[in-house]
Design a binder for this molecule. Structure first.
Ligand code: GDP
Length: 222
């Protein structure tokens, strides 16, 4: 199943919900503050060098990028958030686009949230976590760039983030991650593949048709 990620190919970028690909199959989305290491993580997980890359220009048009795996599996790169210089308009565009995706996308079966281990759980990360919880999405946090801190800081941050989430009643896995030192890559791959596989199995068992949509707010897949 992990070979699945190596097959990732850019499918399309969408700047509004009208441009999303058909909402069928199963997909896992990645989100995180700008510079958290999201593009590097997607590339490392898919064993590719330039699959995902970001322009570092604040205020550029933000898009949701879809990558096709085999069959009807996809990975989705949500726009980075939290540019220090972002204008209100850029912020509102980000919010509208991202929430329209997270709230309505039936194919979405899990959210990977990336946070720099040196600055985890910033305000905007809590926003994403609360959306994920509200829309009943399985979530998993990657604490990135752990090569930049020592072992005791890694361990302390992991425990602290896990307990902060628990205190807030948020259900999410948490793990350490580094692309440069190759920490946690297999663990993250296994999580993504398990979400994709389990959701597909459940979806096959339920086999919803276009005439019998799931209830609003319920994904019926978890
Ligand atoms: P994005 O904006 O979230 O897509 O972040 P990028 O993947 O573009 O990474 C932002 C910066 O962090 C780049 O300079 C990367 O080379 C660097 N970076 C990404 N992952 C790691 C990592 O695991 N360790 C270190 N030391 N740097 C990283």
């Amino acid at each position: 199943m992990e070979a699945l990620l190596r097959q990732a190919r850019f499918l399309k970028g969408a700047t509004s919900a009208h441009h999303f690909p058909e909402d069928s199959g199963v997909e896992v989305a990645f989100c995180g503050r700008s510079n958290a290491g999201k593009s590097s993580a997607i590339n490392a997980l898919c064993q590719q060098h330039r699959l995902a890359y970001t322009s570092k220009t604040p205020g550029r048009t933000q898009a949701i990028n879809f990558f096709k795996l085999s069959g009807d599996f996809r990975l989705v790169d949500l726009p980075g958030y939290g540019y220090a210089k972002a204008t209100t308009t850029v912020w509102e565009q980000w919010q509208r686009l991202t929430e329209s995706y997270v709230a309505r996308r039936r194919a979405l079966c899990g959210l990977m949230l990336l946070m720099d281990v040196r600055h985890p759980l910033m305000e905007i990360d809590w926003t994403m976590l609360r959306w994920g919880q509200h829309y009943q999405l399985p979530m998993h946090v990657l604490l990135t760039k752990v090569d930049k801190v020592n072992r005791s800081t890694m361990a302390r941050t992991l425990t602290k983030v896990a307990s902060s989430l628990e205190q807030e009643g948020l259900h999410a896995g948490v793990q350490l991650f580094s692309t440069t030192k190759r920490v946690g890559i297999s663990q993250a791959r296994e999580k993504i593949c398990a979400w994709l596989r389990d959701t597909l199995i459940t979806a096959r068992a339920i086999t919803p048709t276009k005439d019998t949509p799931a209830e609003e707010g319920s994904r019926g897949q978890e």
